[in-house]
Design a protein around this ligand. Structure first.
Ligand SMILES: NC(=O)c1ccc[n+]([C@@H]2O[C@H](COP(=O)([O-])OP(=O)(O)OC[C@H]3O[C@@H](n4cnc5c(N)ncnc54)[C@H](OP(=O)(O)O)[C@@H]3O)[C@@H](O)[C@H]2O)c1
Length: 288
């Protein structure tokens, strides 16, 4: 077992659930900071060092980070994400952590969450610890939301122009890259890894759904205001709609079309394809 104690946040989330078994398999010395220990045990299984900590509660972070060498900082979208992660960064500095690895995403978009990530990265880069930033693009799991309607019908709807491409990452690849960076300690110091898979257009996503699910699936493109109405009726909170409208505007200009080799370079395997993702999640897109 590695001597350095690594504290993990967001372990019960979209990428975190895949990260945990990878860290265990590598024999890393880990402590999981979770809000609800029983719920985390149900999600992650037995045998992990689970410690109660909430990003909204600075004192809980001070306690949980005692003796920790590396903080892995990841948490879900929230209107107070910057305040929450600032709590963790300040607690890490207070506890004498030597290294922070932070999952951000693409920080260049003028939308509230990327702007928060950018400010947090700046905070970390100037606080004196060693650091690495992980910047994956659009998670394929977002399709579980965008294309949830495929359970009932043969089309999905968004406001991204049909010819614009967006690079997509399988969360399992994010977990592979994160586990490698955490295990390799100082090899990634001072770096920001932009991670993507390939970049299909949403028409090509529809083609992949059609091929894998053996159905004729179409992509409907609508104006942003129509899309905004749709997601408002679905109950999406206004702060998240504001964030997503800005992300759509940025994506529509091709800002997320870039493709990188980070997955292959760091993990040693090619990125998982969209076809593999849809095959592995076919039930979520198939009528009962
Ligand atoms: N979705 C994308 O396409 C994408 C792309 C690139 C980057 N990102 C970034 O990835 C990050 C994670 O996003 P996600 O949507 O995938 O969410 P997620 O990882 O599923 O986030 C939820 C996780 O955060 C934890 N959490 C939430 N509030 C907390 C709190 N107050 N204290 C402690 N833990 C808390 C949750 O714990 P509980 O189990 O206790 O709820 C859960 O483990 C975000 O920062 C996002 O900007 C997302």
């Amino acid at each position: 077992m590695s001597e350095h104690l690594i504290a993990i946040t967001g372990a019960t989330g979209v990428t975190g659930q895949h990260l945990t078994p990878r860290l265990t398999a590598r024999g890393l010395n880990t402590r999981y900071l979770v809000r609800d220990i029983d719920k985390a045990r149900q999600t992650l299984g037995d045998g992990l060092d689970l410690v109660s900590a909430d990003l909204d509660d600075r004192a809980s972070l001070d306690r949980a980070l005692e003796g920790v060498h590396t903080l892995y900082l990841n948490s879900g979208h929230s209107p107070v994400l910057e305040e929450q992660q600032t709590n963790a960064i300040e607690a890490a500095i207070n506890a004498g952590c030597e290294r922070i690895v932070k999952l951000s995403g693409n920080i260049d978009s003028p939308a509230p969450i990327p702007e928060a990530h950018k400010a947090l990265e700046q905070k970390i880069a100037t606080c004196g610890t060693r650091y690495t930033f992980l910047r994956p693009n659009f998670y394929m799991t977002n399709l579980l939301y965008v294309a949830a309607g495929l359970k009932e019908g043969d089309s999905f709807t968004s406001a991204i122009p049909r010819d614009v491409t967006i690079s997509m990452t399988d969360p399992r690849d994010v977990a592979d890259l994160t586990a490698t960076v955490l295990a390799e300690d100082d090899k990634h110091d001072g770096q920001g890894h932009y991670q993507t898979g390939t970049a299909p257009s949403l028409d090509q996503v529809a083609e992949t759904f059609s091929r894998v699910l053996d159905r004729d699936i179409r992509y409907n493109v609508v104006d942003v205001d129509v899309w905004e109405d749709m997601v408002t009726k679905r109950g999406l909170p206004s702060w998240l709609i504001e964030h997503q409208v800005k992300m759509i505007g940025f994506a529509a200009n091709g800002a997320y079309s870039y493709v990188t080799t980070a997955t292959h370079d760091i993990t040693g395997h090619p990125p998982r394809t969209l076809g593999t993702f849809i095959t592995d999640h076919a039930a979520a897109f198939t009528p009962d």
